[in-house]
Design a protein around this ligand. Sequence first.
Ligand SMILES: NC(=O)c1ccc[n+]([C@@H]2O[C@H](COP(=O)([O-])OP(=O)(O)OC[C@H]3O[C@@H](n4cnc5c(N)ncnc54)[C@H](O)[C@@H]3O)[C@@H](O)[C@H]2O)c1
Ligand SMILES: O=C(O)C(=O)C[C@@H](O)[C@H](O)[C@H](O)COP(=O)(O)O
Ligand SMILES: [Zn+2]
Length: 360
Amino acid sequence: MKELRVDLGQQRSYPIYIGSTLLEQPELLRRHILAKQVLVVTNETIAPLYLGKVLAGLTDYQTEAVILPDGEQYKTLHYLEKIFDGLLASKFSRNATLIALGGGVIGDMGGFAAACYQRGIAFIQIPTTLLAQVDSSVGGKTGVNHPLGKNMIGAFYQPQCVIADADVLDTLDDRQLSAGLAEVIKYGLIRDPEFLQWLEANLPQLLARDKAALAYAIERSCINKAEVVGEDEFESGVRATLNLGHTFGHAIETGCGYGQYLHGEAVAIGTCFAADLSRRLGWLNDADVARIVAVFKAAKLPVTPPAEMTSEQYVDLMSVDKKNVDGKIRVILLEAVGKASLPVNVDLAQLQATLNGYAG
Ligand SMILES: NC(=O)c1ccc[n+]([C@@H]2O[C@H](COP(=O)([O-])OP(=O)(O)OC[C@H]3O[C@@H](n4cnc5c(N)ncnc54)[C@H](O)[C@@H]3O)[C@@H](O)[C@H]2O)c1
Ligand SMILES: O=C(O)C(=O)C[C@@H](O)[C@H](O)[C@H](O)COP(=O)(O)O
Ligand SMILES: [Zn+2]
């Protein structure tokens, strides 16, 4: 097992455990549960696979479970309330612990519920998708979607620990594995060019679920994310680079209806848009853009924007992005392959040129 640390000072630092058979080691989990009451939040797909394993290690606690329907379309305020219903029905106190057992949807919702319930209870992330193990379970961004914008209602709220058991990825389907790789590739593009080269050479092994390759990709991704979050927990600076491709990607997720494109798929297309715009500013050349498109294709991710979305629709949806200032759209671009910019105010004409010109 590897143990990394998200360093956020005395109050909010926490470990990330990465390894195999971690769900069979309840002492890891138990050392971060401070009182008797434990609520596990999960979904209908994950519960039959892993809920029993988690509960088996907690038989001497007062455990309850909230099982949500599965899908991005349920990451809403309405379904968040189901978690509060569960906490209240069991009369859970402020010293209770919430465990989010699932992918990014469950992690974001569980974390936000923990941030809100009685103004904050402890929570633990047990991420079960590649995307959640390399990105969403680390860093404390929690929240839900709004019909008009992605992750629009939320809070920064850090977990007590993250337990990433790579064995659970055995049951994840190939499309979801690829979606997770989009965020892995992101770290290479924004700040870790050596890792990008490693990925270019090792994507076939990752897609074939080679255990050593996956363990390395999870660890190196978490190292990158923990460093960025440790430097800028509340996204006043460098943390915004983790949003590469997301301004376009979130517009795709919202515009096409949550769930049609997986988050990682939308980020892959969005990053190709960002690469195209970086080329228009003279920061990348044609070969750089081709290299970026090729790495997503090699990860079996889409690179072609949805035909049904117009540039007006993109601009409209991007105009509520959380990086915007005074309503002006700001995006993360690439100054080079392996080096992200801070948020850039984009000229509307140049943005339109990318939205109309980049076709995959
Ligand atoms: N908080 C953050 O920093 C952050 C970062 C990236 C993404 N996100 C959010 O995360 C969400 C996407 O997360 P995701 O890609 O994990 O999607 P997800 O949570 O919807 O999970 C993907 C699918 O895999 C299933 N699944 C999960 N684990 C499984 C397993 N071990 N075996 C079989 N099936 C399994 C789920 O039931 C679901 O159907 C989006 O809402 C995105 O906005 C948040
Ligand atoms: O942790 C971060 O910071 C990120 O931006 C990670 C992203 O991959 C993630 O999708 C995040 O939820 C996006 O945040 P948002 O504030 O742009 O909705
Ligand atoms: Zn993301």
